[in-house]
Every structure is written in structure tokens, then in C-alpha cells.
Ligand binder design. Structure first.
Ligand SMILES: Nc1ncnc2c1ncn2[C@@H]1O[C@H](COP(=O)(O)OP(=O)(O)OP(=O)(O)O)[C@@H](O)[C@H]1O
Ligand SMILES: [Mg+2]
Length: 382
């Protein structure tokens, strides 16, 4: 996957812009608030169909304008792919792929695989478990349509079961406990939930191995491991070998039993207390929980390694390189780590890097196409 050209009109602080990108490294430099991250956001938007910074498409429209247009020309399997995203305040967002309107209710249009590493990523470590589950879900959804469907059916059943629990909260307890309707919800929730848990555990294992390699390269003073920790446990999850069906059956059964155990409390509280919506992901370095004990710089290196792992994960799952967007990577990585990052990337991957201080990037190793960003204008620096 290669991004050849980006075109913007009335997008964020850009009246209009056109950028031709290099296949290797591209560096956007400029002061705070000039529009560097907005460029990355536009690339992400064209790749996936939505922004990673806001869920409201109209936020992307330049203030005082009625709509925006953003277009990317990608090369996918050496074939040109033109993605055009337009949005107007009146009619909302529309997407065209090679000129053909894209009609899909799916969250991710999957036009191009784009991985972003940016300051907001710290949320993944500092925030609550919901952030880490969201990361995994986005990640797996990007490469698996089956997972997108599994997850949405789990969420639907969970919402219905919660509504049911809330309704029975004030009913006589013993009767509610024996309610056969709840047994039916339990069966359905367990079946859908076990599929989600197994996929997440499996993806975490793959991602952990890839992130470990990246981390070893960038930060050679420890071993990174990501661990998926379900809200209940029955033994190793996520086997895809010949007994895959057996593993699914075991997790479904265990989930159903946990629901049974929790039923009294669930009816009292009116909410589902066990299941993948309560699961957690751990980041360990040499066995130490880095959410609790990592310094900010160490946490940034972990997240960067996780993103680099994600890049390899996407590549191996879809059979094509993803595009890497590194937002403000120089802050909080010491010079040694920065140098090892450039060495790791080594022009294998098309990368767009933003920085307020080009010198702080150090020697990015090999040629990079350089751009200057100023007040919503981008210009190539020769
Ligand atoms: N819808 C919009 N219309 C016009 N301007 C906007 C809109 N949304 C954001 N901006 C402005 O775009 C500017 C550039 O934002 P951006 O996040 O790209 O800056 P940046 O160059 O990445 O800065 P930093 O170095 O601080 O990260 C900001 O000043 C912001 O106020
Ligand atoms: Mg920025």
C-alpha cells in the first residue's frame, strides 16, 4: 500500500492543499497548531472512512465553510485506488472508491490500512480498560469482517440482556432468578462472548510477539509482553488448531457458568458483570506491569512498539504493507531510541512523520521527503 497523493479542500485549517508523497519517509515540520496532525487525520480518514480524533464528521469542515473534500490516491497491489471523502453540513458524509459511491454501514471502509502513533496513544496505558479493549477491537476489526460481526452481535445481546436485568431489578428475587428468559439470554451471550474472547486473546498473542520484536529493537533493556486477561478464566484461549471447536465450547460453557454464579448480584445491580466487556489487556516488561510502574518515556516506547507490532500484524493478516503515521514522535523518545526507530523502519514502510523540530529527529537514515507546514499550507522543502 502506498499513498501517492493527497488533496484537501476546506478540511480543518486547510483552505486547499495538494501533497505528493514519497514511498519511504515523509517529514512534516512546523510549529504548534499549523496543521501537521490534520494532514495525518486526512490520510487516516481516506484509509478507514472516519477520523481517529473525532466521531463527528462535521468537526473536520473548515470553520465558516459548508463542507470538506479529502482525497487520497493510493496504490493497492500496484493498482491505483482513489478514495474521495466529502462531507457537507446538510447532507453528511459520502465516500467514493475509484469514482463509485461506497454504500456500507461498516465502521471501517477498509480502503487502506493505516496505523497511527500519536500523543493520544498514552490513553491506552493511562486510561481505563475500555481504552485497551477499544484498541484491540479496532485492530481486529480492521482485518476481520467476521470479528466485526461477532462483536456487534455480542454488543446487541449484551444491551438487550442489560435492559432485561434492569427491568427485573425490582421484581421478587427468587422468581427472577429462575426466569427462563434469562437462561436464553445467557446462552446467547455466552455463545457470542466466547467468540469475542477467543479472537481477542489470539490477536493479543500475535501482537505481543510482534511488539516484542519491535520493543527489543527500540528499547533493548527489557522484554515486552502483552497479555489478554479475561474477566474469568478457563485455561489457554485462542487456539486455532484442530481443536478450535473444543476451545470455543469450553469458553462458552465457562462463560455460561460464570453468568449463572453472578445471576443474583446481576439482578440486584441490573447489569451484566462478567464477559468480554469487562476484560483487560496488560503490558508487561520483564513481568512488571508498566501501567503502574512505567515512566512516561517507557510507556511511550511500549505504545510505539505496540503500534509497530500492529503494522506487522496488519501486513501479515491482509498481505499488504500498511502506512505508518507517526505524530510528534520525537517528544519523549530519547535520541538512542529515535535512532533505533529509524533503523527499524529502514524504508520498508511508507511513513509520514510530524515534528515541531526537524533537528530533533536526528538522522532518519536514508532520504526523506521534507515538507514545511504553516498556517494551513504545506510546501515541499528542497
Ligand atoms: N474545523 C476546523 N476549521 C479550522 N481550523 C481548525 C479546525 N479544526 C482544527 N482547526 C485548527 O487547526 C489547527 C492545526 O491543528 P493540528 O492539530 O493539525 O496542529 P499541529 O500542527 O499538529 O500542532 P501541534 O504541533 O500542536 O500538534 C489548530 O490550530 C486548530 O485550531
Ligand atoms: Mg499535532
Amino acid at each position: 500500500m502506498v499513498l501517492e497523493r493527497l488533496k484537501l479542500r476546506h478540511f480543518r485549517n486547510y483552505p486547499s492543499a495538494e501533497i505528493e508523497l514519497a514511498r519511504g519517509k515523509n517529514v512534516l515540520s512546523g510549529n504548534n497548531g499549523q496543521g501537521k496532525t490534520n494532514v495525518l487525520e486526512a490520510v487516516y480518514l481516506c484509509g478507514t472512512g472516519s477520523s481517529y480524533r473525532t466521531s463527528r464528521d462535521t468537526d473536520l469542515i473548515a470553520w465558516g465553510e459548508n463542507g470538506f473534500y479529502a482525497a487520497c490516491r493510493f496504490l493497492r497491489r500496484s493498482e491505483p485506488l482513489m478514495v474521495e471523502v466529502a462531507c457537507s453540513r446538510d447532507t453528511g458524509k459520502s465516500i467514493k472508491l475509484n469514482g463509485v459511491p461506497h454504500e456500507s454501514s461498516l465502521e471501517n471502509i477498509g480502503a487502506a490500512n493505516v496505523v497511527v502513533f500519536g500523543p493520544d496513544d498514552l490513553r491506552m496505558i493511562k486510561g481505563g480498560p475500555v481504552e485497551r479493549r477499544r484498541f484491540l477491537d479496532t485492530e481486529i476489526s480492521a482485518v476481520s469482517e467476521v470479528y466485526r460481526r461477532d462483536l456487534s452481535s455480542y454488543r446487541r445481546i449484551l444491551a438487550q440482556r442489560n435492559a432485561f436485568l434492569k427491568d427485573s431489578r425490582y421484581s421478587a428475587m427468587p422468581a427472577a432468578r429462575r426466569d427462563p428468559a434469562l437462561d436464553v439470554w445467557d446462552e446467547q451471550l455466552a455463545a457470542a462472548g466466547a467468540r469475542v474472547i477467543i479472537k481477542r486473546a489470539e490477536a493479543t498473542r500475535k501482537l505481543s510477539l510482534l511488539a516484542k520484536v519491535a520493543f527489543r529493537h527500540i528499547s533493548p533493556d527489557g522484554t515486552l509482553e502483552m497479555v489478554y486477561r479475561p474477566s474469568f478464566y478457563v485455561g489457554p484461549a485462542g487456539r486455532t488448531d484442530s481443536n478450535g471447536g473444543e476451545v470455543l465450547r469450553r469458553w462458552t460453557e465457562a462463560f455460561r457458568r460464570e453468568l449463572e454464579k453472578a445471576r443474583g448480584e446481576e439482578i440486584m445491580r441490573g447489569v451484566t458483570l462478567v464477559g468480554p466487556h469487562r476484560d483487560e489487556v496488560l503490558f508487561l516488561v520483564d513481568g512488571v506491569d508498566m501501567r503502574v510502574f512505567g515512566s512516561q518515556g517507557q510507556q511511550r516506547s511500549i505504545l510505539l512498539s505496540v503500534r509497530l507490532g500492529e503494522l506487522e500484524f496488519v501486513t501479515s493478516e491482509v498481505g499488504e504493507d500498511a502506512i505508518l503515521l507517526l505524530d510528534d514522535v520525537s517528544s519523549e523518545l530519547d535520541p538512542g531510541k529515535r535512532a533505533r526507530l529509524w533503523e527499524y523502519l529502514n524504508d520498508r514502510v511508507q511513513t509520514i512523520i510530524t515534528t515541531t523540530d526537524e533537528k530533533s529527529l536526528g538522522d532518519t537514515g536514508g532520504p526523506a521527503k521534507r515538507f514545511r507546514v504553516e498556517a494551513g499550507h504545506v510546501e515541499e522543502v528542497r
